[in-house]
Design a protein around this ligand. Structure first.
Ligand code: 8YV
Length: 328
């Protein structure tokens, strides 16, 4: 007799090809409306599902996990960051958590590079001039930005995405500096031509552009606090494609409004989807709605990773992208 297919609840609409494959392999409950689930709906889902596939818009906290039914054995996150999931509690309850690393590295690094280029060169301001029908003609001293070639890029978090950004920025003539929990091997440092700073404070004070690529954990919450932001050079730029919670957004907004920072390129925010209205009004910012990994190819790859994780787990093996509390 054929084995019963696992009940897999997917909280958001995924690419067609991914959903089709999920329907073939699993008893898949898919999201037709693509609305984020309420906490009550999440509780309902974990009560009955064998596998939950959440995204960054679902908060799988202790309250939700404490309601999980006996069948829930796997949370296969559609996304790399797992700060939406209480991994500690899940693990304690015998629920395996997986994510989708690797497949969104290049896309996220591309978007980061787009911000590193666009903010110093005032691209968003230029677009507003054209859209506002305010262009009165070329002038030698108008709309001057800053050159990025020859400038120092400070990368916070030198994992896959940080390294992919480093490779791109090198090609644009920037010198690469980084701060990371663990120093890279000498070979990798040489390959990336990257300088390690043990002290984040000291690195911040010397960089022209700072780009964030560490995960959001209790340890990195407000890593860029008001105090640390103030260490940055007055004309430096901050780029964040990681998580909004890593930066004290109010402090950043105050500094931008006071002209204490050159500008910021942000793809993520502290209280998504809400964006501080004062930040929106700032000059010299480029704000994007969390679209760093938003490519057709990337989303399909992410879906395929989720499927492999579920299949492997259901076949009784260790899923390739298991996340353990010790990794965070
Ligand atoms: C994803 C992300 O789109 O994977 C991540 O960590 O931040 C995003 O790029 C999102 O998390 C999907 O859940």
């Amino acid at each position: 007799m054929a084995r019963k297919k696992p009940l897999v609840v997917v909280t958001r609409k995924l690419p067609e090809a991914v959903e089709t494959r999920m329907r073939e392999l699993f008893d898949a409950r898919l999201s037709a409306e693509d609305q984020p689930m309420t906490q009550a709906e999440l509780v309902e889902a974990v009560r009955h599902a064998d596998v939950l596939v959440p995204t960054v818009t679902d908060r799988i906290d202790t309250a939700v996990l404490s309601q999980a039914g006996p069948n829930l054995k796997l949370i296969a996150n559609f996304g790399n960051g797992v700060d939406n999931i209480d991994v500690d509690t899940a693990t304690q309850r015998g629920i395996t958590v997986t994510n989708t690393p690797g497949v969104l590295t290049e896309d996220t690094a591309d978007m980061t590079m787009a911000l590193i280029l666009a903010v110093p060169r005032r691209v968003a301001e230029g677009i507003k001039v054209i859209e506002g029908d305010a262009w009165r003609g070329w002038s030698p001293t108008w709309m001057l930005g800053h050159r990025i070639s020859g400038k120092r890029l400070g990368i916070i978090g030198m994992g896959r995405i940080g390294q992919a950004v480093a490779r791109r920025a090198r090609a644009f003539g920037m010198s690469i500096h980084y701060h990371n929990r663990k120093r890279l091997s000498a070979e990798l440092e040489e390959h990336l031509d990257a300088t390690y700073w043990e002290s984040l404070d000291q690195m911040l004070a010397r960089m022209d552009v700072v780009s964030i690529h560490c995960p959001h954990t209790p340890g990195t919450y407000h890593l860029l606090s008001a105090r640390r932001l103030k260490l940055m050079k007055k004309d430096a730029y901050l780029v964040n494609t990681a998580r909004g919670e890593i930066v004290d957004e109010n402090a950043l907004t105050r500094m931008l409004l006071a002209g204490e920072l050159g500008g910021a390129g942000l793809d993520v925010f502290e209280h998504e989807p809400a964006v501080n209205p004062k930040l929106v009004k700032c000059d010299r910012v480029l704000l994007l709605p969390h679209m760093g990994s938003a490519t057709v190819e990337g989303r399909i790859d992410m879906g395929e990773k989720v499927i492999v994780n579920i299949k492997t787990f259901m076949d009784g093996h260790r899923p390739p992208d298991r996340v353990l509390p010790s990794m965070l």
